[in-house]
Design a protein around this ligand. Structure first.
Ligand SMILES: Cc1cc2nc3c(=O)[nH]c(=O)nc-3n(C[C@H](O)[C@H](O)[C@H](O)COP(=O)(O)O)c2cc1C
Length: 222
């Protein structure tokens, strides 16, 4: 069989990779919780809007429904283990902020939900609507504030998310983001812009491509 001959692999949620995030929330009595979410997505730019899909059975579902608030905390390498734990243990059984040694801090722009201090970026969200999809309820929310760790900003105040060592989720496994392959529009960018953004020239990339490919074949990581 040839490499690109197609085989039907059945229906599943195979869209990959996806972000994996730690969603934090709180109730009106001051309790806080975290759950891990892979079904999250950006769905609008102006105003900035996101969705998260949460099963009704989750402890967090009630908190988010009650307050209409949650925080999406991006996950970096240091948070990965805690992220997994928050996705396999329920807040009904343990205080996950405490068991994962995480700090609950007031979330910018929200009244009840807490943010995770140790997260590199926290996105405060207010729920606009809830749609029952079947297994999951989809919370559509507007982003009302975003905070980032100071080390992620350069001298001009620009957010450099590439410094955050973020984690992606691919078919049931966590991966650290690796090699930068390009940037928005790099396929049509001038050589000058390409070099400025990538740190090396297009010519050099092509010149050494065969060496890299050979190295990769021999198991070398670039
Ligand atoms: C990688 C990963 C991704 C997950 N994604 C989702 C999701 O998108 N929606 C959901 O309802 N549960 C998801 N879960 C499961 C919940 O995070 C898990 O049931 C958690 O314990 C619920 O916490 P809670 O009961 O304190 O709310 C995921 C778990 C893992 C490990």
């Amino acid at each position: 069989m040839a490499k690109h001959d197609k085989i039907d692999v059945g229906l599943s949620t195979i869209l990959n990779p996806v972000p994996v995030v730690m969603v934090s929330c709180g109730d009106k009595e001051g309790r806080s919780n975290i759950l891990t979410i892979a079904w999250a997505g950006t769905v609008n730019s102006e105003p900035p809007m996101v969705t998260i899909s949460v099963r009704k059975s989750r402890f967090s579902h009630k908190m988010i429904s009650e307050t209409g608030e949650f925080v999406i905390n991006l996950v970096n390498k240091s948070l990965c283990k805690a992220c997994d734990r928050c996705g396999v243990i329920s807040g009904a059984d343990e205080d996950k902020f405490s068991s994962c040694s995480l700090t609950a801090v007031k979330a910018s722009g929200l009244s009840y939900a807490y943010a995770i201090k140790e997260a590199p970026v926290s996105i405060s969200c207010k729920v606009k609507s809830v749609t029952e999809l079947g297994s999951h309820d989809m919370f559509l929310a507007e982003i009302v504030a975003v905070t980032a760790d100071s080390y992620l900003l350069d001298d001009t105040g620009r957010l450099c998310l590439d410094k955050a060592k973020l984690v992606a989720y691919n078919h049931g496994e966590y991966f650290l983001l690796g090699e930068k392959l390009g940037f928005f529009g790099y396929s049509v960018a001038s050589d000058e812009v390409f070099e400025k953004r990538m740190g090396f020239s297009r010519k050099d990339r092509d010149k050494y491509k065969h060496i890299r490919e050979q190295g990769e074949k021999n198991g070398k990581k670039y």
